[in-house]
Design a protein around this ligand. Structure first.
Ligand SMILES: Nc1ncnc2c1ncn2[C@@H]1O[C@H](COP(=O)(O)OP(=O)(O)O)[C@@H](O)[C@H]1O
Ligand SMILES: [Mg+2]
Length: 165
């Protein structure tokens, strides 16, 4: 993991959504996508944009999965064979608990996990790891996207969303 890491900056929510759309375009079936970052850092905003892009449904309603802890999505039309799970594991500590949640049941399903750092064992299963940080100024978001080497197109995100000097 972490063969390609790119640091980007989004100045506002709209740009975070843009970034999510771009990341959504890189997602492959069966990807496990981890979202790390504190409360209000933008995990849900990003996850929503990624899911909407994967499913080509820009208006799809995507609530925060705080209760229930996992929400499933199914593709339609040419994406009919896609399925997604969106989880928030803030209250979890062990991989076994996530197995009970059903996060690893289907290798074809895309799984997005908010608060992934709560269960460090997830890292070795991940295809994309996204870490969101609120800068000391409180303005914008610094976002690191890491992936395995076969996702080199990710490097282009750095040019689209450069970190402010
Ligand atoms: N680049 C940004 N600059 C400033 N605010 C942002 C940016 N991106 C997202 N936000 C805001 O940050 C908040 C993130 O909320 P949310 O996605 O629910 O966080 P989390 O799921 O990490 O707790 C939203 O209010 C959103 O408008
Ligand atoms: Mg959230």
């Amino acid at each position: 993991m972490s063969d390609v890491t790119v640091g980007v900056f989004t100045a506002n929510e709209e740009q975070t959504i843009e970034l999510g759309r771009a990341i959504g375009g890189l997602v492959r079936k069966g990807d496990m996508i981890l979202l790390n970052g504190g409360l209000g850092s933008g995990k849900s905003v990003l996850a929503r944009a990624i899911i909407r892009r994967i499913l080509s449904q820009p208006q799809l309603e995507i609530p925060s999965p705080s209760f229930p802890l996992v929400l499933p999505y199914k593709g339609e039309g040419e994406k009919a064979d896609w399925s997604i799970l969106h989880a928030d594991i803030f209250r979890f500590e062990r991989q076994e608990e996530l197995e009970e949640l059903g996060l690893f049941d289907s290798p074809e399903t895309v799984v997005l996990v908010e608060w992934a750092e709560r269960v460090p064992a997830l890292e070795k299963m991940a295809h994309l790891i996204i870490s969101l940080n609120i800068p000391a100024s409180g303005q914008g978001r610094l976002i690191e996207v890491a992936s395995s080497a076969d996702r080199e197109e990710l490097a282009q995100l750095g040019a689209r969303f450069p970190v402010a000097p």
